[in-house]
Design a protein around this ligand. Structure first.
Ligand SMILES: *[C@@H]1O[C@H](CO)[C@@H](O)[C@H](O)[C@H]1NC(C)=O
Length: 177
């Protein structure tokens, strides 16, 4: 008997078993329905054109915090303020951006504050916080931000009333500047 088909069959069996095992582990997570191998791809791709609304509706209808299983990675969605505080404040150090992001965004962002973890991040954060701590700057930015936010809302309101599309990229870039 040829050995190759046997090896392939063995590998396929182990692979299928691993998929099944993962599915059994994950199918009861709080989140959209999980299928073997595909995870929640079906649900997500049906809603890919309205991801934000979809996530928000899901949180409102089912769980304020839920897991979406995708092939190769999971992501967690939350609208629970306690969890947001945990991630962004109390336990921030548990949530590194990680090697992968650092690698992919390295060319663009280098070791800047948006792409650094740990001590480098702390250093950037300290420098930035001095910059933003001065009352003059804070008042000035608040004033500007408020005025521009009001202008943005007026533009969006008008566009909504007239049912016209707007170039969000352009608007947001101008708002940022
Ligand atoms: C979160 O932070 C608090 C206070 O710093 C700590 O007591 C707690 O063990 C941390 N929890 C986790 C899951 O790391």
């Amino acid at each position: 008997m040829e050995i190759l088909p046997l090896v392939f069959t063995a590998i396929a069996t182990v692979g299928l078993y691993a998929c099944f095992y993962r599915w059994v582990q994950h199918r009861n997570l709080r989140g959209p329905r999980v299928w073997p191998i595909l995870g929640s791809v079906l649900d997500v791709s049906r809603n890919h054109w309205r991801m934000h609304d979809y996530a928000y509706d899901y949180c409102k209808k089912y769980y304020p915090t839920y897991v979406t299983k995708m092939p190769g990675f999971n992501y967690v969605v939350t609208v629970d303020p306690a969890n947001v505080e945990h991630v962004l404040k109390t336990n921030f150090s548990n949530y590194d951006k990680g090697e992968e992001q650092h690698l992919h965004l390295g060319d663009l962002l280098g070791d800047g504050i948006f792409n650094a973890d740990g001590d480098i991040w702390k250093k950037h954060r300290k420098v930035a916080s001095y910059e933003f701590a001065s009352k003059g700057l804070r008042d000035h930015s608040f004033h500007n931000f408020k005025n521009n936010a009001v202008r943005l809302c007026q533009i969006l309101d008008r566009a909504a009333e007239e049912n016209k599309p707007v170039d969000m990229m352009d608007l947001m870039l101008r708002l940022t500047f």
